[in-house]
Ligand binder design. Structure first.
Ligand code: ADP
Length: 265
């Protein structure tokens, strides 16, 4: 865009009816993107108008997981039209970087990219917008707070106890920025043994509750565990194939857990 003035972020306007959730995690690989994509697909299947911003600069795996693999945005007048897949509109940093070239992003660049994704993309009237944030609790959380002050934070963690420290940090940022933490999702909560149905606690237990308790303490507001998602091959396969498990196998343990969480948002 040639102009100098920044467009207003529509979701930040008073009276905006779009619920905005920033999905955060302390580290990579906990399933943050998988959770984001499945929640989005589940809500869209329930008839909501849903968008996802993939701001995970290190991963940007959302388009593939959602089934929008090689789709590219188009430009109409001076707005960016996002592609959509499985009923979800999606825009990703990966759509603007050539190939898979690693990009060194600095705070201000990321802020600017997020600003454009929120203001220069034609989202239409959304019921829900999910932001897949990079792992860690850095600059981007502050950017989200500045650009969309009413965004609520959804924390994804594994059952490992080490997750608790992350919660303290995420919590203190939320306190500083006056943002609400809507809840905690525990992912990879045990592997049901395919032979005997007994649960194997691959990553331990209790991390989700520990994080929720820590966040409740640091923020002074009640932060619930919204649900636990087991380890499930179908969830991983669905991510690789761009067919979210909530759609292909909604009654599977992971699919059912994700749909239940979507229903609480
Ligand atoms: P993050 O966004 O936190 O880096 P991803 O969503 O990319 O994590 O997940 C990392 C990998 O783990 C992916 O291959 C994904 O398919 C897999 N995965 C995530 N959650 C589960 C789960 N509950 N069961 C099985 N595989 C999972």
């Amino acid at each position: 865009r040639g102009g100098t003035a920044e467009r207003e972020v529509p979701f930040a306007k008073p009276g905006s009816l779009t619920r905005v959730y920033a999905v955060a995690s302390g580290k990579g690989g906990v399933g943050k993107s998988s959770v984001t994509v499945n929640l989005a697909a589940a809500m869209a299947a329930d008839g909501l108008k849903v968008g996802v911003v993939d701001a995970d600069i290190y991963g940007h795996s959302v388009p593939r997981m959602l089934g929008a693999g090689d789709s590219r945005p188009t430009q109409v007048e001076n707005m960016i039209m996002p592609p959509s897949a499985n009923g979800v509109k999606v825009i990703s940093i990966g759509m603007f970087t050539p190939g898979n070239a690693p990009v060194v992003w600095r705070g201000p660049m990321l802020h600017r990219a997020l600003q454009q994704f929120l203001a220069d993309v034609y989202w239409g009237d959304l019921d829900v917008l999910l932001l897949d944030l990079p792992p860690g609790t850095g600059d981007i959380a502050i950017s989200v707070a500045q650009l969309v002050p009413n965004a609520e934070i959804l924390v994804v963690t594994t059952p490992q106890q080490a997750a608790a420290e992350v919660a303290e940090r995420a919590g203190s940022i939320a306190v500083q920025t006056h943002q609400k933490i809507v809840g905690v999702v525990e992912n990879m909560s045990g592997l049901p043994c395919p032979h005997c149905d007994e649960m194997v606690d691959v990553f331990g237990t209790g991390g989700g509750q520990t994080v929720a308790d820590g966040l409740t303490r640091t923020t002074g507001a009640n932060v619930p565990v919204l649900g636990s998602i087991p380890i499930d091959v179908r969830l991983r396969e669905g991510g690789d194939d761009g067919r979210p498990v909530v759609l292909t196998d909604p009654e599977s343990p992971a699919g059912a857990a994700l749909r239940a969480i979507a229903g609480k948002l």
